[in-house]
Design a protein around this ligand. Structure first.
Ligand code: SAH
Length: 225
């Protein structure tokens, strides 16, 4: 079934001419839906955001392949599947206000911005924050707000958040982030266990308790604090 769909999409390549749009559709079908992400809002967002504009110069042709890629300053944009998986895990809704730590290229922020109402994103490397901010503005993502700084303390001014997405691997969950999460909200964060082993942790904040689950193994750049 997926093979037939891929074939039709490839045929479309010769008729529509928009090479990147087709690459995105194939990416969603073969890398993301095939691995079980099924939230239609997430799939649609992944089909819409022009990932090739977020990777470092010279990497455009690999933008839709199944891998993380450089974005400059020693940082990386996550593999498309991981972005989709993390976005699905927070159960995004159009009414949501989301905090992201680790803006990087701005790609994850753009995916979130396709779905939710407001995205607040913090990036430690000043140049990356500025680059991401100007690209997101150019692409008309007016609902993303980028600031440069250490995301450890979160962004109290706009708290509480319906969801928090952390895209750098921390040794433990920064307490200020937990505080700024709404009751009923979800946080997804890569946690470093040993030097070369990290996993994604999903945290659900209930009225009077925290539920925490460790999911798949991942590889993110370190959360610097
Ligand atoms: N979400 C990004 C990928 C981010 S890579 C994207 O879609 O492109 C992780 C980013 O986290 C890097 O850019 C790194 O500089 C940033 N980072 C690391 N520690 C941080 C901290 N304490 N506060 C904010 N950003 C941090």
């Amino acid at each position: 079934m997926a093979t037939w769909k891929s074939l039709f999409l490839l045929l479309g390549l010769f008729t529509s001419g928009d090479q990147y749009e087709l690459m995105r559709k194939l990416m969603v079908l073969q890398q993301i839906e095939a691995r079980g992400v099924s939230n239609q809002l997430v799939l649609e967002a992944m089909r819409n955001v022009p990932r090739h504009l977020f990777v470092a110069d010279g990497y455009e042709e690999y933008a839709y392949s199944d891998q993380a890629l450089p974005i400059g300053y020693g940082q990386t944009i996550s593999q498309p599947y991981i972005v989709a998986y993390m976005t699905e895990l927070i159960r995004p809704k159009p009414s949501f206000k989301v905090l992201e730590i680790g803006t990087g290229s701005g790609y994850q922020a753009a995916v979130l911005a396709e779905i939710v109402d407001q995205v607040y994103s913090i990036e430690l490397v000043d140049e990356l924050a500025r680059q991401a901010d100007s690209l997101l503005k150019k692409l008309d993502y007016d609902n993303v707000h980028v600031k440069s700084g250490d995301g450890y303390a979160g962004w109290a001014e706009h708290a509480p958040y319906d969801a928090i997405v952390v895209t750098a691997a921390a040794d433990s969950v920064p307490p200020p982030l937990l505080e700024q999460l709404k009751a009923g909200g979800r946080m997804i964060i890569p946690v470093a266990k040993w030097d070369d082993y990290q996993y994604l942790r999903l945290i659900e904040k209930k009225e009077n308790r925290i539920i925490s689950r460790d999911l798949i193994a991942v590889r993110f750049v370190p959360f610097v604090h």
